[in-house]
Design a binder for this molecule. Structure first.
Ligand code: A2P
Length: 296
């Protein structure tokens, strides 16, 4: 597997990044600092994770120069009407002048109510137009823009009007959620796919799956390394293992080269054991024609 993947902007995105979804303030500062001090060059967060300030503290504490780090954050659903303000807030929270990548978190504008509701007065395509404007007007602040949780159908709707092709589509991807159609489509458009929840998220049954364990034994690594390597071995894919545990942060960066047959065997796990880690429990997703509803 290559150590980085080229984006359609020409920039290199390190293949393995530290995921921070569910990494709580109090733990995430140290996780980010530890990862950066031990060779990670790519950190992923989101306004919705409510940990941008702490991620920023971890970056500062690491002493690693900002220019050596690929930093991604995401525009939150309730901020889709106020993209410019949300960008400034993320930059401030992270304590940085620029983002390497800024993603629309979901094609799902929401209100600021608690609980949030679908914002039927706003079209996420207009959010993308605002993100494009910001990207063109502020190359010093935004090195690349992209999307997250986009199905093929949503990507097609986006590309029909986009003047900037998203650099990345970040999606849930692991053997029980192979997303092969999305990956194939993104490859055909030069869009890099970033895999989140590569282990299947918390308490994942994939870590004790027999096929995964067999390959872990063969390569003398942990099951997690097989699952992370599966994604890292796919051309045009980057991967975000999440951990707040030192030993795991360290070991998760070890990628092994899997054979074509082994990759196919891992991808076939979905036929026996299908699940998604990111079940949007909010019923309004369906009313938005949310891309993954049909899958739940
Ligand atoms: P923790 O953060 O407490 O170390 P995913 O990346 O698929 O979202 O999975 C994240 C989950 O997997 C977290 O619960 C994380 O726990 C756990 N995890 C991370 N790395 C490993 C590993 N090497 N072995 C087992 N579990 C891991």
């Amino acid at each position: 597997a290559s150590t980085s993947v080229k984006l359609n902007t020409g920039a290199e995105m390190p293949t393995v990044g530290l995921g921070t979804w569910k990494s709580a303030p109090g733990a995430v500062e140290h996780a980010v600092e530890y990862a950066l001090k031990n060779g990670y060059k790519h950190i992923d967060t989101a306004a919705a994770y409510k940990n941008e300030s702490e991620v920023g503290q971890g970056i500062a504490a690491s002493g690693v120069p900002r220019g050596s780090i690929f930093l991604t954050t995401k525009l939150d659903n309730p901020d889709q009407k106020e993209a410019a303000q949300a960008l400034e807030s993320s930059l401030k929270n992270l304590g940085t002048d620029y983002l390497d990548l800024w993603l629309m978190h979901w094609p799902a504008p929401m209100t600021k109510d608690t609980p949030a509701l679908a914002d039927k007065t706003h079209d996420w395509l207009d959010t993308w137009k605002d993100m494009e404007k910001l990207f063109k007007a502020h190359p010093d602040k935004l090195k690349a823009i992209g999307v997250s949780n986009f199905s093929v159908e949503f990507l097609e709707r986006l590309l029909a009007v986009a003047t900037v092709v998203p650099a990345v589509n970040q999606i849930e991807m692991h053997p029980s959620c192979p997303a092969e159609d999305v990956l194939e489509f993104c490859r055909s458009k030069g869009i890099v796919v970033t895999a989140y929840s590569p282990l299947g998220s918390d308490n994942s049954p994939l870590l004790t799956n027999e096929i995964v364990k067999k390959l872990a034994d063969k390569y003398s690594v942990q099951p997690a390394n097989i699952l992370i390597s599966l994604q890292a071995n796919k051309p045009g894919v980057t991967v975000l293992p999440k951990s707040v545990t030192n030993s795991r942060i360290l070991s998760n960066a070890n990628i092994v080269d899997l054979t074509e047959e082994e990759i196919a065997e891992l991808q076939a796990i979905d036929k026996m054991q299908h699940f998604r880690a990111c079940h949007p429990s909010w019923t309004g997703w369906g009313s938005l024609g949310f891309p993954d509803c049909k899958d739940l």
